[in-house]
Design a protein around this ligand. Structure first.
Ligand code: GLP
Length: 257
């Protein structure tokens, strides 16, 4: 039977449901904040309960501890749609504003994203990648998983060492994310800026979070098939700091027994 040797020891955690996944991931994020880590943050439906759990944990702290953690916050999001900014309800900037910046009253500039409104998206991608590097890189990178195996917006085919760049989104991804655009895949921007697989793999720790039966097969393939460009998340295999937190549904295609 194939085993999950691709994962670091203790690198896979299976929780009963999405709510317990969220609690575990929020605890890891809180610990990283306590350690003064630079966070890499992600968007998507998977992260909504994670950020809710993180907000609850922060709210439960003493005022001084919470204030210290928020004052020291430094994070970089993975990606943004080209052409969308904070004023657009479907932008990742707005998602992060609503999930974390406003409720936590984060200091200006503490949470960064690529600027989807930049006149030259490719130049903005270079600027953003350089900003992450200048900050010392990412200590803990939070990752969701696209139905087509993308991480961030690294669409297949994607090499292991792709830089931060502007690229075209696949039809599958525009369909997956149509829910945030009134269900209309045609309304999803055709391009995005994303940190590359090189930036992601340079992070010291990776926390891949996957929930739901719909991703069981793609998760299995990303963890167990030989790494390759058709499944960008497969390039995470063998990263010494990879931790995968999933619910039982997402784990249902893994050979765990
Ligand atoms: C978008 C993001 C990805 C994220 C994916 C998963 O495509 N660019 O970083 O992994 O959504 O979305 P969801 O959690 O909604 O399934």
């Amino acid at each position: 039977m194939t085993t999950l040797t691709a994962l670091a020891p203790a690198g896979l955690q299976v929780e009963p449901d999405a709510a317990s996944v969220a609690e575990r991931v929020a605890e890891a994020l809180l610990q990283a904040l306590r350690d003064g880590a630079t966070l890499g943050l992600a968007t998507g439906r998977t992260m909504v309960p994670v950020y809710a759990a993180l907000r609850r944990r922060l709210a439960a702290l003493s005022g001084p501890e919470r204030q210290a953690l928020l004052a020291g916050w430094r994070s970089f999001n993975l990606d943004e749609y080209v052409g969308l900014g904070l004023a657009d309800g479907s932008s990742f900037a707005r998602f992060m504003q609503e999930q974390l910046v406003d409720p936590l009253q984060l200091p200006a500039g503490a949470l960064q994203l690529p600027n989807g409104l930049a006149a030259d998206p490719q130049a903005e991608a270079r600027r953003y990648g350089a900003a992450v590097a200048a900050a010392g890189g990412i200590d803990l990178q939070l990752l969701g998983l696209g139905n087509n195996g993308h991480v961030g917006f690294n669409e297949p085919p994607c090499p292991a060492d792709a830089p931060c760049r502007s690229l075209s989104l696949s039809a599958a991804t525009r369909q997956q994310n149509a829910g945030a655009f009134g269900g209309d895949a045609g309304a999803v921007p055709a391009q995005a800026i994303t940190l590359g697989t090189a930036d992601i793999r340079a992070a010291r720790r990776l926390l891949l979070v996957v929930t739901g039966a719909a991703k069981a097969q793609v998760l299995r393939r990303c963890l167990l098939e030989p790494p390759g460009p058709e499944l960008p998340a497969s390039w995470l295999q063998g990263h010494p700091g990879l931790q995968v937190v999933v619910d039982a549904e997402a784990a249902s295609a893994l050979p765990l027994h």
